[in-house]
Design a protein around this ligand. Structure first.
Ligand SMILES: NC(=O)c1ccc[n+]([C@@H]2O[C@H](COP(=O)([O-])OP(=O)(O)OC[C@H]3O[C@@H](n4cnc5c(N)ncnc54)[C@H](OP(=O)(O)O)[C@@H]3O)[C@@H](O)[C@H]2O)c1
Length: 267
């Protein structure tokens, strides 16, 4: 089954289910199916406009809430103290839950002091509405600042990360500071499928280039990945990465595919 990282008393499954662009009845069905396949880590955001579907899929699944690691995010236009509270409470209402496991600042902004946003999140944590604080799209200096401002650990920095954008320096920092790097767009939105290196390595193990990329991500240490898949076949494939291991040489070969290529926009 899905492996997890144990940190600060939490168990974070290393493969989560990304839900960008999963909406409506079909979206609910996709999340429900992911839960039935064994996904226990779900990534959503107020901006995705699907928290209601995610919440209702969780309820219908019958999986106990405590078995699911649930993340949502506050949008960058809602980072004032009172807006953070309003957004969080609205997310909880839509998700039909009393708490989220992880609450992320979706994107940094210069228009609100970071201490104000972190302070608001800390208060929500004290009230039990958030188990852990995190950030997204933060570079090393901003992540360091967030860690200094928070009195509880910053559990993760969620950033775009895949073989064409390895985030080597940020990951080294995270590993040194016990912060999880959550890799979004881990499949580079389909761009890895024809990659000759990933194809050759995959052939050896009977795995697809996407599976090799996910395996490489989670084998790096302190990395979790949140691939999005509407298709059941893709959902299943993305979980089938725990029955093989890449060699140190293969890991390095994939490290060398880095070309600083970003595929995601502001999502
Ligand atoms: N924090 C942020 O700013 C931010 C930004 C971007 C994304 N995210 C999060 O990260 C999640 C994942 O990123 P993403 O959606 O940008 O991209 P992604 O996971 O890299 O790629 C998703 C695409 O790959 C396809 N796919 C999935 N598994 C596959 C497989 N095994 N074989 C072939 N194709 C496969 C999906 O198709 P189907 O859907 O048709 O199955 C979909 O078109 C998002 O859903 C969101 O939760 C966060």
């Amino acid at each position: 089954m899905v492996e997890y990282i144990a940190l600060y008393g939490a168990k974070i499954p290393v493969i989560g289910f990304g839900t960008w662009d999963i909406r409506g009845k079909e979206g609910e069905k996709a999340v429900l199916n992911a839960l039935s396949l064994g996904y226990r880590h779900i990534d959503t955001a107020e901006f995705y406009d699907n928290e209601e579907q995610v919440g209702s899929a969780i309820r219908k699944s019958g999986v106990p809430r405590g078995d699911i690691f649930l993340t949502t995010k506050v949008w960058y236009t809602h980072l004032r103290r009172e807006d953070v509270r309003k957004s969080c409470e609205e997310s909880l209402r839509k998700l039909q839950t009393d708490y989220v496991d992880l609450y992320l600042i979706h994107w940094p902004t210069e228009s609100v002091p970071l201490e104000e946003t972190i302070g608001a999140m800390e208060k929500l944590r004290e009230e039990g509405k958030i188990r852990f604080l995190g950030v997204s799209n933060f570079d090393v200096p901003l992540l360091e600042k967030a860690s200094q401002l928070a009195s509880s650990p910053i559990l993760t920095d969620q950033v775009e990360c895949h073989p064409y954008l390895t985030q080597r320096d940020l990951l080294s920092y995270c590993q040194a500071k016990n912060i999880i790097l959550t890799a979004y767009s881990p499949l580079a939105r389909g761009r890895l499928l024809g990659d000759p290196v990933l194809m050759r390595i995959g052939k050896k193990y009977g795995k697809s280039p996407n599976q090799v990329a996910l395996r490489w991500l989670i084998q790096r240490g302190m990395v979790v990945a949140i691939p999005k898949a509407q298709s059941v076949q893709h959902q299943r494939e993305n979980l089938e990465i725990f029955d093989f291991a890449l060699t140190p040489e293969e890991m390095e070969e994939i490290d060398r595919l880095d070309r600083g290529e970003k595929v995601a926009s502001r999502l």
